[in-house]
Design a binder for this molecule. Sequence first.
Ligand code: FAD
Length: 587
Amino acid sequence: MTTTTNVRGGAWLTEETDAQTIFTPERLTDEHRMIARTAAEFMETEVVPAIEQLEKKDWTLARTLVRRCGELGLLGADVPEALGGVGLDKVSAVIVGEAVGRAASFATTFGAQTGLAITPLICFGTDAQKQKYVPGLVSGELVGAYALSESASGSDALGARARATRQLDGSYLLSGEKMWITNGGFADLYIVFAKVDGEQFTAFIVERAFPGVSTGNEEHKMGLHGSSTTPLILQEARVPAENVLGEIGKGHKVAFNVLNYGRFKLAAMCSGGARFAVAESARYAADRRQFGQPLASFGAIRHKLAEMTIREYAIEAMLYRTAGLIDGMLQGSHASDLVLASLEEFAIEASILKVASSEMIDFVLDENVQIHGGNGFVRDYAAERHYRDARVNRIFEGTNEINRMLIPGMLAKRAVKGTLPIIAAARALQDELLAPGFAEPAADEPFGAEHRAVAAMKKTSLMVLGTAMQTYGTELAEQQEILMTSADILIDTYAAESVLLRAATAGPSAAGGAEAHAAAARTFINDAAGRVDIAARSALAGMVEGDTLRTMLAALRRIMKVAPANTVALRRTVADAVAARKGYPFA
Ligand SMILES: Cc1cc2nc3c(=O)[nH]c(=O)nc-3n(C[C@H](O)[C@H](O)[C@H](O)COP(=O)(O)OP(=O)(O)OC[C@H]3O[C@@H](n4cnc5c(N)ncnc54)[C@H](O)[C@@H]3O)c2cc1C
């Protein structure tokens, strides 16, 4: 169990966080490390050798591997023991997700099973539904899938056309076609969303064996060839009344909360995938010689290896911090209502993680191809497949545009409701900035400059979000460009604080060494501060003008007076740690 105290989602924006209260990868317990070893060994010995065969769409093999995951307890790491799970914490689920992320197609199969099929049953199922379906899914005897999207309604999921018509005996006839369903080709049961009598959006548990249920052909995809993606066709499929999941007309609660958790788990997979890619790049760069030297000796390549590592470091810091926050709220409980409440509470962080991790891994895998040169562009090397496989991460589990809009949107809603003191903090900041002789925060050693930079980013976030709320009020949702830029600022702010808190508590025995942790954190924070500064200028200039804009930009200049770090030297330190490890140094 992690020991993080109960903290509210989004509270990091207005509150100081004590580094000792956050969970980091350096705080993993022996039990956590054992799970990591089990999952890593399974991937190494059973999944990686099977990738070629999975790419040929051998779904019998995919089922066998799901079953093996079940036997090893990987499908039910955070599922209560009473339902066949192992009953561990969310940190354990992150660890398993990271290990599985090494093989993207299988990770997608795994993610649909655990995040999208088991989670809704755990959170919304009746006791009878849980007893009937969860143990089979956790053991891997049953394969699950999640059928929300349709050809005309992806992001606009509530616009679904699938219809459920109530019958006299209480059962429902479901008609419609769901699209892009992961595990579609071989799942035994589907969590399906349809509108009762064309109006009430509702979730149903639909077995493949029910009459009227069939699946279409496999999609021809850019990547993830080892993961099944098909339409699900419902032709007056008869679903018994007891298979309604949650309440009639409350399907949106099921859909959105499941996606919150799916986003969080996707981030774990992206994190694990990136770690392996850093190792792949580091090994290749050490072995491949040009101009009589290994690629790994060139500054340009060392810069890439360092930057790939630093970006992954930031994702890990946010991921484990958030997992610790959720575990802090759950306090070891697996009660459905509390699990559901924790998914809602940390929905902002889940969206931040989804966007940041999917963009991080695309960057890392793009650089992985680049480091492989021509070999990165041909199928003989895995770099090519990784690159194609990762692209969809920015599209599914809510596109990154939708998630970006959700981040400031959810914060603004909580501010208006009064559950987060954002409005008061934004007003206090305004007073502070207008006061003559506004004093910059004092620099405390160590990490004094970084503390200041993070404090500045938080103020800038508040300034931009506060101005957006004041300027647009209830019309804020219409200002997508402002929301997107605000999201970028908020993502960088949460990430920068998370790396600072992580590096500040990484002792000399931390993997990679405290010096490399500090170098990674300093580089990330320096660059994030630069990005936040530019984004804030653009957002403010988009919202206000004239004297108001001039005053705000002057205030921004005072806030964001961040001393530049020597990131060339810092990246060299990180690159040395990568070279010494021939891989990601901080794990
Ligand atoms: C490999 C794969 C596996 C998948 N697995 C599943 C699954 O298991 N279950 C499932 O239900 N679905 C699944 N999906 C579907 C996936 O969730 C959707 O593709 C995704 O939600 C986006 O919907 P869409 O494709 O209709 O794009 P659209 O919604 O048409 O979006 C197209 C573009 O417009 C943007 N956009 C849309 N609306 C807005 C708006 N209001 N404001 C601004 N921009 C907007 C989007 O961000 C995007 O950039 C899968 C998809 C793929 C490719």
